[in-house]
Write a protein that binds this ligand. Structure first.
Ligand code: NAI
Length: 334
């Protein structure tokens, strides 16, 4: 198939070309992000391959469909950036990579917890400047602490297993509890209880209308004072203005983010020579107890290789049978 690969970075090209070596699809790599302004770049394509911040909204999908595109192949797990109802109405198939390496994201999540707790980001800078004082670097033992996991799917379940190894007490919230987590000793509870009891809360549910701003003023008011909040899920699970207010009051003890509500205008690009225009993001960066990474939780060799393999397999299956391996549709979600 002729495939227009949007938001293509050098590493996407490397892994997709390797996975495509035997499949023989014609991949056209585009630096541009998919939007209504850039659909024309996919003029000859039968499929588009997109990532987390490509906007497959109704208008864009309508244009793609008119141009002859039949498949939207997401090279990620989340699909909140695709208007699935519009895709169905336009006869477009949407496929994703449901699981590539839950370990990549889970391990990065634990990296954020450990770094924030032991202030590794601050310690690194201090030591480089010859400052070996320990004031301000005090952490806590994770062993024996309560960690709340929101969403125990592929990633959340691995987080549970890792933190079980640290000796944490685990509470989870998920409409579909995982029996393997229960066997591990994870206790399922309502969100209010989870926030009230947890020393650390980590978010691993998908972004849907039901989970949008799941962490807001009201939820933070119910949280245990000094809570550490970690979000490696999707930015809009958290109301950023609410967490800033909670950080200022001290109610929220620390915050680790790999995703941000307005990340589409920031992440994956080198903006170091430009003026930062997002005042909310700028405020977040002023807190010593906030640690932000730019959506890199997935970024391991194993994950990129698996993403590329599954993406090519989705395209190949769609070409051969008219159905991708891992389709996502409004009907399936219902
Ligand atoms: P998954 O589909 O295996 O698991 C999601 C879990 O969330 C399911 O068990 C589901 O029942 C649960 N869930 C649904 N609604 C919920 C709610 N209202 N409250 C609590 N739980 C709820 O997905 P996976 O692979 O574990 O990924 C989770 C999310 O992580 C993805 O949707 C994506 O947004 C994000 N992600 C972030 C990455 C990064 O690089 N930062 C990379 C990959 C995924």
């Amino acid at each position: 198939m002729r495939v227009a690969v949007y938001s293509a970075k050098p590493y996407d090209r490397t892994f997709l070309e390797a996975a495509n070596a035997n499949a023989g699809h014609r991949l056209v790599f585009l630096e541009a992000r998919l939007s209504v302004e850039t659909v024309a770049l996919a003029e000859d394509a039968e499929a588009v391959c997109v990532f987390v911040n490509d906007a497959a909204d109704a208008a864009t999908l309508a244009r793609l469909s008119r141009q002859g595109v039949r498949l939207v192949a997401l090279r990620c797990a989340g699909f909140n950036n695709v208007d699935l109802a519009a895709a169905r109405d336009r006869g477009l198939t949407v496929a994703r990579v449901p699981a590539y390496s839950p370990h990549a994201v889970a391990e990065h999540t634990v990296a954020l917890i450990l770094a924030l707790n032991r202030k590794i980001h601050r310690a690194y800078n201090r030591v480089r400047e010859g400052n070996f004082a320990l004031d301000g670097l005090l952490g806590f033992d994770l062993n024996g602490k309560t960690v709340g996991i929101v969403g125990t799917g592929g990633i959340g379940a691995v987080v549970a297993r890792i933190l079980h190894g640290f000796g944490c007490r685990l509470i989870a919230h998920d409409p579909r509890p995982d029996p393997a987590c229960t066997v591990l000793g994870v206790r399922y509870a309502g969100l209010d209880e989870l926030f009230a009891e947890s020393d650390v809360v980590t978010l691993h549910c998908p972004l849907t209308p039901a989970t949008h701003h799941l962490v807001d003023d009201a939820m933070l008011a119910r949280a245990k004072p000094g809570l550490m909040l970690i979000n490696t899920g999707r930015g809009a699970l958290v109301d950023t203005r609410a967490v800033i207010a909670a950080l200022k009051s001290g109610a929220l003890g620390s915050l680790g983010l790999d995703v941000y509500e307005e990340e589409a205008d920031l992440f994956f690009e080198d903006l170091s020579g430009r003026v930062l225009r997002d005042d909310v993001f700028a405020r977040l960066q002023t807190f010593p107890n906030v640690l932000i990474t730019g959506h890199q939780a997935f970024f391991t060799r194993e994950a990129l290789s698996a993403i590329a393999e599954t993406t090519i397999a989705n395209i190949t299956a769609f070409e051969a049978q008219g159905r991708a391996l891992h389709e996502v549709s409004v009907e399936r979600l219902a």
